[in-house]
Design a protein around this ligand. Structure first.
Ligand code: C6P
Length: 603
């Protein structure tokens, strides 16, 4: 099968980018019956303003929006058929069971599975991978075996295998990426040795956008007898998928990334494999016979669906499949790829901006991640949010990949068929303005004083360094953003003798840490504690609270008061301060090492 991306690529190469953008200008993928207006009208959520601007939703790789057909399916189920499945003899239960099983059949057809028995409903891609690891993995792997992954895996396709390796003594091996941010396929033969029992890889990278040649990888694995798992979280809703053509043994997907609700997804597994796998969770529904001492299991897929499943979710996922099919996956793929190529080209025009993933015209799905000189991804995302544009910033649950690339985070725009070229243009305008707005640092629009202070401290942090023995050290991090601070505090019973920090993070985090050390050094302890409280109250006040000049004692720290307008960024401003408060607690307890995380529930 010739994928539309290949055609797009061919067109790009032959005619330059024009052809891809013409595609976007035309009626929806040249199908006059599918106008933009009609498609967008199917998504009620898109018709809203955010911060006074029409919403541009570019966070589809995190989760897609849901069309009315899916919302209606959920409502219909709860209003008419709500009942438990496979148990009842009454009309509602039979209707619910029929609809639930019909969704399984739809998904099987969607993936071209040999039968519906090859589809297990799960909570999503993550749960599907864990299911395989804990059943097939425990049964089939032992010390000396190798699990081959790639360097671009999402944590969901890494951590379950790390847990399995710990339990079985198997080891992990990684197919590297090259300078084009594609898989180094020339290394495959050397790494895909007979010890490899499983090759599990991502189809479209959620961080780079790279499309991996899944059929080719599966064929190579087959040659050495390795079982394959394709993480199709980012491809299942965006491109034609045929598990028989791919030749994979397992494939996982999440419903919420393909127009369906959250909490539902699927594992495709070849029937012979599923039949041979033991259950992973016990309970109702998955059994044939239960005695006090022993039980027997139903055949697959029911063996893997213990307890009451997400019935409404599965039915709504079936509706999502119908909806996607009504548009056509080839057309969706063509559109998403063309939009990503266009975005890549336009983003590349912004000075100091670097796009991750394959170069223009390369094998890229519908997303573009990028980094900007002097601009932390969170500042980029916050700035875009102020303009009504939803991006994602961070490590995208691919921390090892980010480390490999020497990055803490990136900003990401991820597209779907309801996105338009005009929306990409809006993003470009916002980013270009953000870049030219501040000379040295890309900063939030919080006024000239903010800009001056932040530029100064983020680029030239004060008291940057470590303190030797006797100092209390607290490591603080914002796991979701990647900000880290290592705070070193030398305390006497009376005062903060010395205070230094190292770390990396967004401009708000670094500026706050730098200013904090200047403010607290030499302060008597009661005064330091009072300032910490004052700063917290200043920054974490309600966004609608009077801004005013702020408490005089805070001095330059007052400029960070504006951060309260961006509640999701308050934790960046507070990270160093929370580390300081922790350091005081550690000192009281006679301890010199501590850690805090902003992800922990706070009192
Ligand atoms: N990526 C993103 O913003 P779940 O959470 O189970 O629905 O999907 C996990 C997952 C697995 N593999 C890939 C390639 C993924 O992209 C994801 C989810 C989201 O990129 C959330 S981190």
């Amino acid at each position: 099968m010739r994928l539309p991306r290949e055609q797009t690529q061919e067109a790009l190469e032959k005619e330059g980018l024009g052809s891809a953008t013409d595609l976007l200008e035309s009626n929806f993928m040249n199908q006059p019956h599918l106008s933009w207006e009609r498609i967008r009208a199917d998504f009620p959520i898109l018709d809203q303003q955010v911060h006074g601007q029409p919403l541009v939703y570019f966070d589809n790789a995190a989760t897609s929006q849901k069309p009315r057909a899916v919302l209606d399916a959920l409502r219909h189920y709860y209003e008419h058929d709500n009942s438990n499945v496979h148990r009842g003899m009454h009309a509602l239960s039979m209707r619910a069971t029929d609809a639930y099983e019909a969704a399984r059949v739809k998904l099987a057809r969607y993936l071209n599975a040999a039968s519906a028995e090859e589809i297990v409903f799960t909570r999503g891609a993550t749960e599907s991978i864990n299911l395989v690891a804990q059943t097939w993995g425990i049964q089939n792997l032992r010390a000396g075996d190798v699990i081959l992954l790639t360097e671009m895996e999402h944590h969901s396709n890494l951590v379950p295998w790390q847990l399995l390796a710990e339990r079985t003594g198997a080891t992990l091996r990684f197919l590297p990426i090259n300078a084009r941010h594609e898989l180094a396929l020339e290394r495959l033969e050397e790494l895909l040795t007979p010890e490899v029992k499983l090759f599990s890889f991502v189809h479209i990278s959620n961080s780079l956008g790279t499309i991996n040649p899944a059929a080719e990888l599966c064929a190579a694995a087959r040659k050495v007898g390795a079982t394959t798992l394709v993480d199709a979280a980012q491809s299942a809703g965006h491109m034609p998928l045929d598990v028989q053509e791919l030749g994979c043994d397992f494939l996982v997907l999440s419903g919420h990334k393909m127009c369906g609700p959250t909490g539902i997804g699927a594992l495709y597994g070849k029937k012979a494999l599923l039949d041979a796998m033991p259950p992973w969770q016990g309970g109702g529904e998955m059994i044939l016979q239960v005695s006090y001492q022993k039980s027997t299991w139903k055949p697959a897929p029911y063996r893997f669906e213990a307890g009451t499943p997400n019935i409404a979710g599965a039915i709504a996922l079936g509706a999502a499949v119908d909806y996607i099919e009504s548009i056509g996956r080839a057309a969706i793929f063509e559109h998403d790829c063309a939009l990503a190529q266009y975005a890549q080209k336009r983003l590349g025009e912004i000075p100091g901006l670097r796009v991750l993933g394959p170069p223009l015209g390369g094998a890229r799905g519908g997303l573009v991640s990028f980094v900007m000189d002097q601009a932390h991804a969170h500042d980029v995302v916050t700035l875009a949010d102020q303009a009504g544009i939803a991006l994602r910033g961070g490590h995208h649950c691919t921390q090892p990949l980010m480390q490999k690339l020497g990055l803490e985070s990136s900003a990401r725009a991820s597209f779907y068929f309801y996105n338009t070229k005009a929306e990409v243009d809006r993003l470009i305008d916002v980013l270009a303005k953000g870049q030219s707005h501040a000379s040295a640092t890309f900063s939030l629009p919080l006024g000239e004083l903010y800009e001056a202070v932040v530029t100064d401290h983020a680029t030239r942090p004060r008291n940057f360094g470590e303190l030797g023995e006797g100092a209390v050290h607290v490591h603080g991090d914002n796991p979701s953003c990647g900000d880290t601070i290592d705070l070193h505090v030398q305390l006497t019973p009376e005062k903060v003798e010395n205070i230094k920090f190292t770390g990396h993070g967004c401009t708000i985090c670094m500026t706050s840490a730098s200013l904090m050390t200047l403010k607290l050094k030499g302060k008597p302890l009661p005064e330091a504690k009072r300032l910490a409280r004052l700063f917290h109250d200043h920054v974490a006040a309600s966004p609608d609270a009077e801004t005013g000049p702020g408490p005089r004692e805070l001095g330059d720290l007052n400029v960070l008061g504006g951060v309260r307008q961006f509640p999701q960024r308050v934790k960046c401003a507070m990270l160093a301060w929370r580390a300081f408060e922790q350091a005081l607690e550690e000192a009281d307890a006679g301890v010199t090492e501590g850690a805090i995380s902003t992800e922990e529930p706070q009192a």
